[in-house]
Ligand binder design. Structure first.
Ligand code: ZN
Length: 285
């Protein structure tokens, strides 16, 4: 690999793998269960998410994009999707992500941060309906906030793929406050109403592509929660990676689709989300 970027490696960096789903569509897979996506058009490339930015991430992207101009976009503000933003001069995101996109889940070595060439990269707002034109391939933004207030999904009209970010995957929809279940339900109905425009769902975590039929079960699970008759299962019975963010999360499961959500009376921890997540992670160790 011709390495354009100098890399500061950290002891807990995990390995990458990457492969073509189509000739013009790469999945770049970090560690156990985190995927980012590189979509190639005739003129431009679109990178969906920057993972944690660990290891050779920017060099892998640079190699795979070829001569194309690169555009970078975040599905939402969580750091496992934005951590590599500072390798790029400009990053598109929903304006709701501007404030928190650079908040790591925990402290990072200063030498690693100092190595990234664009600490003050430009954040460019994209709203519902925005089209990324890659040349022969149009990718549409759909605003879908529930897992996160800044979440956007993408419909790739070229390869008929739908990228939902962390809003749902084959193992979970990780939701937080109870009200987000209602928002999640509306988003799933919206994505379902457009299912004739894509063939597969491409979540960032826990495997992709996955079948569109997951949406039907997610809709049923969310409807049951909203209507006060949730199909709850014991979170102790599911793998660690399927649990909600917070102790006290409930899990409703219908068919293949499960949602983790917080009860109505849950008292949300005070402080910035990055600190809240950190405390939750520490308390699990
Ligand atoms: Zn997330």
């Amino acid at each position: 690999m011709n390495r354009k970027y100098n890399i500061v490696h950290l002891p807990d960096d995990e390995p990458y793998r990457w492969w073509r789903l189509f000739d013009d569509t790469y999945i770049i897979h970090y560690g156990e269960a985190l995927d980012t996506f590189l979509l190639l058009g005739t003129e431009k490339a679109l990178l969906i998410d920057t993972a944690y930015g660990r290891g050779d991430f920017p060099n892998i992207v640079d190699m795979l994009k070829g001569d194309r101009e690169l555009m970078v976009v975040n599905t939402h503000e969580h750091f496992d999707h934005t951590g590599g933003n500072r390798f790029f001069p400009q990053v598109y995101m929903h304006p709701q992500a501007f404030e928190n996109a650079d908040h790591a889940f925990g402290p990072l070595p200063q030498e690693w941060l100092d190595n990234m060439p664009y600490p003050n990269y430009e954040k460019i707002a994209v709203e519902n309906g925005h089209i990324f034109d890659l040349g022969g391939r149009e990718v549409e933004v759909v605003y879908t906030p529930a897992h996160c207030k800044s979440s956007i999904a993408f419909i790739d009209h070229g390869r008929r793929l739908m990228f939902p970010g962390d809003e749902l995957d084959a193992s979970n929809a990780n939701l937080n406050i109870f009200d987000s279940v209602g928002a999640f339900l509306e988003n799933c109905k919206l994505l379902k109403s457009r299912e004739s425009e894509y063939d597969f769902i491409m979540p960032n975590h826990n495997g992709c592509p996955v079948a569109k039929s997951y949406l039907d079960d997610f809709i049923t699970a969310a409807e049951h929660v909203v209507n006060g008759c949730p199909d709850n299962v014991d979170p102790e019975d599911v793998p660690d990676y399927c649990r909600g963010f917070f102790k006290g999360s409930l899990r409703a499961q219908v068919g293949d689709s499960c949602i983790n959500y917080l009860p109505k009376d849950f008292v949300f921890p005070a402080g910035p989300m990055s600190e809240v997540f950190k405390k939750e992670l520490e308390s699990e160790e």
